[in-house]
Design a protein around this ligand. Structure first.
Ligand SMILES: Nc1ncnc2c1ncn2[C@@H]1O[C@H](COP(=O)(O)OP(=O)(O)OP(=O)(O)O)[C@@H](O)[C@H]1O
Ligand SMILES: [Mg+2]
Length: 500
């Protein structure tokens, strides 16, 4: 059964039940309060006992009463009585005058032979002026005044108004009441039903449509149902789910794309040295290397290509392991100044050979402790200094290494005066296999993994790496490392550090 029908049934059921309960309590209450069901009739009577006549009738009655008190004999004057009766007739009432037990005047309004018997007896004290009586189903209200005629005979004057009989009132009113009640039920039902369907069923429909959409793989819509109730919350949760799903699908597509690109890059990079090696070996086989010198040269070339290949496979392997977060980091306390000192010592001969001046801002042997994985940090520094050497294009070649320390972080800067990096290339140089155009054409270009590895390593340390460069002027590479705190811990939460 759908929610719609359930709601419809429950509303109708609820209203019928409340109606029944209402009727039941009302009748129970009446019976309890008055003793029997006929007391309805009594209520009706009491009302007319209190005000049997309309205002107009009442004023005529007062005139008659005045007459009865002052000139009672006038009430035997048929002409006068007819006059009054005529006035009363226009307001659907009638006049009756009695002398002893004889009728002096009876209005033709009623045409009711039993009227006489039903009128109350004479009572000079006029205790009860207003009352009601009924003849069969017909119901009358009256006001009466008792007096004496001048000769001492008992006289009574009645102004009588026939009210619609009790039964008829009920018969007339009941259907209207029932109709009104049913109308109220139906209207209330329809309104409530519409309200609930609007706020529950419709949003659910929309949600279901969205779910279908998602099933079909369409995630690019947005649900916009603003309500604060449970449906609203459900909708919000659903919308969040959709966003997440969308993101993860996007991510998966991106990953897929990356993977394809990676494979094509790798095969391209591996093919070049292999083709070279194949070429030289074919040369040897075909007898092109016919002198020992040529042979030597060929073998050396083959060897160096094999070394290149080996290095490339190594780098690839390291990069992919870093990317998969499969390399454990062995953190220890390292004196960054001493460490850089050692690196520079190692590079001394290579740099001298290329006549590069290395300026090292040693900070007078001051030691600054950082938390780092020594081996990987070394790899990073060598990659960066390697780039500085490779992309050098000036006569006077200078590389400058310096260290800056804040209480929480240590920043290492490696600056060169080489060819620099174009501003379009800067955002990409930490991407794997990325080589700026000017280096791609030159012989210096490597595989484009050096900085990708360096950035993976620095990220693994919780630091950051960034670059500042001006084309033709030089490049500065910065990276930060967490400093060993005084407590000896590695906690540096809440500290800000520069990002590239
Ligand atoms: N110091 C620098 N001066 C000028 N360009 C640089 C410098 N460092 C990096 N680049 C540019 O950034 C690119 C990426 O550097 P990265 O070290 O990742 O790759 P690579 O040096 O080309 O290859 P690999 O390091 O794997 O042998 C380089 O190809 C080069 O274009
Ligand atoms: Mg490099």
């Amino acid at each position: 059964m759908s929610i719609r029908i359930k709601l419809l049934l429950s509303y109708t059921g609820m209203l019928i039940i409340s109606l029944l309960v209402f009727v039941l309590t009302a009748s129970l209450f009446t019976i309890a309060a008055t003793g029997d069901i006929y007391s309805f009739r009594d209520f009706y009577k009491v009302h007319y006992q209190l005000n049997p006549l309309t205002e107009q009738e009442e004023s005529i009655f007062l005139e008659l009463k005045y007459l009865a008190k002052n000139e009672p004999d006038e009430l035997q004057n048929q002409e006068l009585l007819l006059d009054y009766d005529f006035k009363l007739k226009t307001v659907r009432a009638g006049l009756y005058v009695r002398r002893e037990s004889n009728q002096v005047f009876e209005s033709h309004t009623f045409n009711q032979p039993e009227l006489e018997q039903n009128l109350p007896p004479y009572d000079l004290n006029n205790n009860q002026i207003r009352n009601t009586f009924n003849i069969g189903e017909r119901f009358y209200a009256y006001a009466k005044f008792d007096f004496r005629f001048s000769d001492g005979a008992k006289g009574s004057v009645f102004v009588i108004h026939e009210r619609s009989p009790f039964g008829e009132v009920i018969r007339k009113l009941l259907p209207i009441l029932v109709l009104i009640l049913i109308g109220v039920i139906v209207i209330a039902n329809v309104l409530l039903y519409r309200w609930i369907t609007r706020s529950v069923v419709k949003p659910l429909d929309i949600l279901r449509n969205s779910a279908e959409n998602i099933k079909e793989g369409n995630l690019q819509f947005s649900l916009d149902l603003r309500s604060k109730d449970e449906i609203g919350q459900l909708n919000e949760a659903f919308e969040n789910m959709r966003k997440r799903l969308h993101e993860s699908v996007q991510l998966r597509l991106q990953d897929e794309e990356n993977r394809k690109e990676l494979i094509s890059n790798i095969s391209h990079d591996l093919r070049t040295p292999i083709t070279n090696i194949k070429g030289y070996i074919e040369g040897i086989r075909d007898g092109v290397a016919d002198t020992p010198e040529k042979m030597d040269k060929y073998v050396n070339i083959i060897y160096s290509k094999a070394v290149d290949l080996d290095k490339l496979v190594d780098e690839l392997f390291l990069y992919s392991k870093l990317d998969l977060k499969q390399v454990p980091f062995m953190f220890e306390h390292v004196d960054i100044v001493g460490f850089l000192d050692d690196c520079i010592d190692e590079l001394h001969y290579v740099l001298e050979e290329k006549s590069i001046t290395l300026e090292w801002d040693e900070r007078a042997g001051q030691s600054i402790e950082v938390i780092a994985d020594l081996e990987k940090l070394k790899r990073t520094v060598l990659n960066i200094i390697g780039n500085a050497q490779n992309f050098m294009d000036k006569q006077q070649k200078i590389i400058r290494v310096s260290v800056q320390a804040s209480p929480e972080w240590v920043t290492v800067e490696i600056r060169d005066n080489g060819m620099g990096i174009s501003s379009e290339a800067i955002p990409h140089i930490f991407e794997r296999f990325y080589r700026a155009e000017q280096s791609r054409n030159s012989s210096t270009g490597g595989s484009g993994l050096g900085l990708a590895i360096a950035s993976q390593i620095i990220e693994g340390h919780g630091g950051s790496i960034w670059v500042k460069s001006e084309l033709g002027v030089g490049t500065s590479l910065f990276f930060t490392l967490k400093r060993k705190t005084n407590q000896g811990g590695t906690e540096t939460h809440g500290d800000t550090h520069p990002h590239h």
